[in-house]
Unconditional design. Structure first.
Length: 349
C-alpha cells in the first residue's frame, strides 16, 4: 500500500480520470504498448509478467482541486470522502506575507503586506509578489552590513511588472438606495456579491414599454426577468409593459443559473414602487412564477463571500437551510419560502 497525491485533479482529462478509477477498483495497473510483442522470445520474462499480470496498485488516493464539485466525475466523488476548505480571506493573505518574510529573513516596510493583499487572493501569488519586490530591492542596493528593507514602492513596481490588477469586488454599503440589490454568485472556487441595479421610466408609448438587460449575464438570468414580471403583475397588478425598464449587472459578469431571480425581482419592485433597499443585505434564490423561492447551488461559497464583503444579513431559500456551514459568525441567515417574506428584511421602509 501507499499514498498517491494528485494536485489539481480537476484539470485531468476525463479519460484519464476513468483509467485511474479502474486502477483503484482493480488495485492493479495494466500496461499497453505498441512495442510489446508477447511472442517475442527476446523480451525478458519479468517484462512479460508485467504486461500480462499487471502490477499491484493498492494505494490511498488524496486529490486536491479548486474546481467546483460539479466539475469532478460523479463516479470519482462517490468513492471519495470530500473535504471542503474555506477560501483565504484578506487577513489570511496578510499573515502569509508576514510569515514568508520572516522565514526568508526579509525586512518589510509597514503597509507592504496590505499592498500585496490588495492585488492577490492566494498564497502562491502573494509570495511571488514578495519575492519579486525583494529582487528589485536587492538590485537597487546589494546586501551590505545594514539590513535591506522591501518598501511599498518595490511592491508596486513588482505589481506593475507582472501586470497585476486588483480584484474588483462589490462591497456592502450603509445607506439605503432605490433599485440596487445584492445577489450572490460563485466565481471559480470563491463566492462574492452580484450587484444588480435597475431604473424604470414611464413607457414612451403606453403599453409598449421595453426591457433592457445585460446579454452577457446569460439566458437563464434573462428568463428570471420575465419570471419577475409575472410575479410583479400577479402581486401588484402592475404590468412592465407600462415602463421602460433597464436592469444592469454591474461589471458585466455572467450569472450562472437562475439563482439571482429573487434579487432581480426585488430590484424591479424597488424602482417601480420607489422602495429603499438596505445595502447590507444580500439574497440568493430562484424565483418561480408563483413567487416561491427555490433552492440554489454553491451556497457555502456564497455565504463566505458575502461575509467577506461586509454583508450583515443573507436571505436564502428555506430548502437550502441544511447547506449552511456551521461556522457563520457575524452573518444573520434568514430562510424564506416565498418572495414576500423578503420584504421585511430587504426594504428599509
Amino acid at each position: 500500500g501507499g499514498i498517491l497525491f494528485i494536485d489539481e485533479i480537476g484539470e485531468m482529462d476525463q479519460l484519464l480520470q476513468n483509467k485511474l478509477l479502474k486502477v483503484m477498483e482493480d488495485k492493479r495497473v495494466y500496461f499497453e504498448s505498441s512495442y510489446y510483442d508477447p511472442h517475442d522470445e527476446r523480451i525478458p520474462r519479468y517484462i512479460k509478467r508485467i504486461f500480462e499480470d499487471g502490477v499491484p496498485a493498492d494505494f490511498v488516493l488524496i486529490a486536491a482541486t479548486t474546481r467546483s464539485k460539479e466539475e469532478i466525475s460523479p463516479a470519482f466523488r462517490s468513492r471519495c470522502m470530500e473535504i471542503f476548505f474555506e477560501p483565504l480571506t484578506a487577513e489570511h493573505i496578510l499573515t502569509i506575507v508576514e510569515m514568508s518574510a520572516r522565514k526568508l529573513q526579509i525586512d518589510i516596510e509597514s503597509g507592504v503586506a496590505q499592498a500585496i493583499g490588495n492585488y492577490t487572493n492566494d498564497g502562491r501569488g502573494a509570495n511571488k509578489v514578495l519575492v519579486d519586490a525583494y529582487a528589485l530591492a536587492l538590485n537597487e542596493e546589494p546586501i551590505s552590513n545594514h539590513h535591506l528593507i522591501v518598501t511599498c514602492n518595490h511592491v508596486y513596481q513588482a505589481i506593475q511588472d507582472s501586470r497585476l490588477t486588483p480584484p474588483v469586488y462589490a462591497r456592502a454599503g450603509q445607506k439605503p438606495e432605490i433599485g440596487r440589490v445584492f445577489g450572490m454568485g460563485v466565481y471559480g472556487y470563491q463566492g462574492g456579491l452580484i450587484e444588480l441595479e435597475a431604473v424604470a421610466f414611464p413607457a414612451e408609448k403606453a403599453g409598449q414599454g421595453t426591457i433592457r438587460f445585460n446579454d452577457a449575464a446569460g439566458s437563464m438570468a434573462r428568463d428570471s426577468v420575465f419570471n419577475a414580471a409575472s410575479v410583479l403583475r400577479q402581486a401588484t397588478g402592475k404590468n412592465l409593459k407600462d415602463y421602460d425598464l433597464h436592469i444592469n449587472v454591474v461589471g458585466g459578469g455572467k450569472v450562472d443559473g437562475p439563482s439571482a431571480g429573487v434579487a432581480i425581482y426585488l430590484a424591479i419592485l424597488s424602482v417601480i414602487e420607489q422602495k429603499l433597499v438596505c445595502q447590507d443585505v444580500a439574497v440568493s434564490g430562484e424565483l418561480s412564477i408563483r413567487g416561491q423561492v427555490k433552492a440554489v447551488g454553491g451556497l457555502s461559497e456564497k455565504l463566505h463571500g458575502a461575509r467577506q464583503a461586509g454583508i450583515r444579513k443573507v436571505l436564502i431559500p428555506a430548502e437550502n437551510i441544511g447547506d449552511v456551514p456551521l461556522q457563520m459568525d457575524g452573518l444573520d441567515i434568514i430562510p424564506i419560502k416565498n418572495v414576500q417574506e423578503a420584504f421585511a428584511h430587504v426594504f428599509a421602509e
